[in-house]
Design a protein around this ligand. Structure first.
Ligand code: SF4
Ligand code: F3S
Length: 104
């Protein structure tokens, strides 16, 4: 599966939503997550994210993000249509420690 990581937080560009063939993105206030049990591993979303927030869970140290994507995709609403990203999205692109600063 692919997972959304902290680079998405406060950026939410949502280009990923448009390309996913199985609509497996779920929307929280500050970020999106993927439902790992619905993701078909096509990889189409990975290069579409301007923040490079989407990674295959085969990369190292992504267990935390796999758990977070699994947990919140069960709680947050499904999103199938791209919306406007936050006005200050570009200011948060590449920012460090976004999870600790903003995720609640
Ligand atoms: Fe959707 Fe494919 Fe990305 Fe999985 S890898 S979230 S199926 S676009
Ligand atoms: Fe987030 Fe990137 Fe999608 S910033 S909303 S994972 S396009």
């Amino acid at each position: 599966t692919y997972v959304v990581t902290d680079a998405c937080i406060k950026c939410k560009y949502m280009d990923c939503v448009e390309v996913c063939p199985v609509d497996c993105f779920y929307e929280g206030e500050n970020m999106l997550v993927i439902n790992p049990s619905e993701c078909i591993d096509c990889g189409v979303c990975e290069p579409e994210c301007p923040a490079e927030a989407i990674l295959p869970d085969t990369e190292s140290d992504l267990e935390k993000w796999l758990e977070l994507n699994t947990k919140y995709s069960a709680e947050w609403p499904n999103i199938t249509v791209k919306k406007d990203s936050p006005a200050d999205a570009d200011e948060h692109k590449g920012e460090e420690d976004k999870f600790d600063k903003y995720f609640s």
